[in-house]
Write a protein of this length. Structure first.
Length: 188
């Protein structure tokens, strides 16, 4: 059994007859009253995100997980197929188990958390950023880059990302997978 002091991003725990993964947490020590931990939890079975507050020192039931590197192969309807890079075993996961499925490009290496008790995959952790090619956007107007104005762009995976006005079709951009936001243009 762990306590609230062991809570960290990525921790998997049993809560309300389900397994949740900690997305965000904040230890709060108010001037008056006891300390507590404010968390944002994501269900690994349904993908539902809930906010919860734990009193400091409360026992939590941690789920033991193993992490494995997998390569994304292809999408087939609602199933996403991955290959283990160690033993070349393949597995198919549902869209609810993937954090940002619209940013997943073929060949991307991800980390899959697997429950060590029953061998079931719990969630897919994307890399922090991914480089994608812009397939469609309105043309940029020269000299219109003095402000932080943005325009919508479609990338090669079909996702829509807001980009600065100077980005054109064919440019490669780095996208933050956690927030789905433009980070920078990539020169090759």
């Amino acid at each position: 059994m762990a306590t609230t002091s062991d809570i960290r991003n990525g921790l998997c725990m049993k809560y309300n007859n389900d397994i949740y993964k900690v997305i965000e947490f904040l230890h709060v020590k108010p001037g008056k009253g006891p300390a507590f931990v404010r968390t944002k939890l994501k269900s690994v079975t349904s993908g539902k995100v809930i906010d919860n507050t734990f009193p400091s020192g409360r026992k939590i039931d941690e789920v033991r997980v193993e992490t494995h590197k997998f390569q994304f192969l292809y999408k087939d309807g609602e199933d996403y197929h991955f290959m283990n890079q160690a033993d070349y075993e393949q597995m198919a996961l549902q869209v609810a188990q993937i954090d940002a499925p619209d940013l997943l490009k073929e060949g991307t290496v991800v980390t899959i958390l697997i429950n060590s008790e029953d061998g079931m995959p719990l969630s897919v952790d994307m890399p922090q950023s991914i480089i994608l090619e812009v397939t469609h956007t309105e043309p940029g107007i020269k000299g219109n880059t003095a402000t932080n104005a943005t325009k919508p762009a479609t990338v090669e995976t079909g996702a829509r990302v807001n980009v600065p006005l100077f980005i054109n079709e064919g440019d490669k951009i780095k996208v933050d997978t956690a927030k789905g936001q433009y980070l920078e243009r990539v020169k090759e």
